[in-house]
Design a protein around this ligand. Structure first.
Ligand code: HEM
Length: 216
């Protein structure tokens, strides 16, 4: 399985699978099946998938270690960029279909509604991560600094969970579930850090190069 993950062509089906939520929305739109409130439906679907992709991205490291699949790391950048892709769709739905590009209204919303404030913060934090996700930026920043910067993904995911928690009116089970998953992922990371087991693979993990026996 680990060897299979190192094959270049495998990235294509993974890429297509990541597009499935968008394809589902397109299909439902074609079928005129976006419920009685299409804007709300699209906002919720894109918000859900942003959060899911953030958590999937954060799960790559624990999974590669527990499942002994070090080459999973080769997919982390793609998964993180898909989180960014879905938050852009989420934001566009909000600014276009909800606010009709009324920037004044948008800023008012960001200032007044706390769930929008924290959602916007989660979005803004992802921008430098998406920009610096290339190998060129890893080289420019240096591995250590790049890794520090990219820890912001935890902050962004936490803001995403709070955003969700604050916007639901009564049933908080879904945001709490996402929050619990995030807490486990963060705890895993902290345990690795304090036991010193995270550092050996980090150089190879940063670049997303195929992992060899020495770096795994
Ligand atoms: C990383 C950033 C973000 C994440 C992870 C995220 C996630 C979510 C989630 C999970 C939902 C609820 C989905 C559901 O109910 O099934 C949601 C709803 C929503 N989000 Fe976000 N979001 C983010 C950024 C933003 C931004 C930047 C805005 C606008 C400035 C925004 C505006 C909204 C709105 C208006 C709703 C619907 C609220 C309602 O139904 O009352 N979100 N978001």
């Amino acid at each position: 399985m680990n060897t299979l993950l190192a094959r270049k062509w495998i990235k294509l089906p993974v890429f297509l699978a990541c597009l499935a939520p968008l394809a589902m929305l397109g299909w439902r739109w074609r079928q005129d099946d976006l419920t009685a409130n299409p804007i709300e439906f699209i906002t919720h679907a894109t918000g859900d998938w942003t959060l899911r992709f953030l958590l999937i991205t954060l799960a790559v490291t624990p999974l590669r270690q527990t499942l002994a699949l070090p080459n999973l790391i080769r997919y982390r950048r793609m998964l993180g960029l898909f989180a960014f892709f879905y938050v852009i769709l989420h934001f566009i739905t909000y600014i276009w279909l909800d606010k009709f590009f009324d920037l004044e209204e948008m800023w008012k919303d960001i200032a007044i509604r706390r769930f929008i404030t924290v959602g916007f913060l989660a979005f803004v934090l992802l921008i430098p991560l998406a920009i610096t996700s290339t190998r060129g930026w890893i080289r420019r920043l240096g591995g250590k600094r790049w890794q520090w910067l990219h820890r912001l993904i935890y902050v962004s995911a936490a803001c995403g969970v709070i955003h969700y928690y604050w916007l639901v009116k009564s049933d908080v089970r879904a945001p709490l579930t996402y929050g619990a998953i995030l807490a486990v992922l963060l705890l895993w990371r902290l345990i690795l850090r304090f036991t010193g087991r995270g550092s050996r693979a980090s150089a190879a993990a940063t670049t997303g190069q195929p992992i060899t026996a020495e770096t795994a």
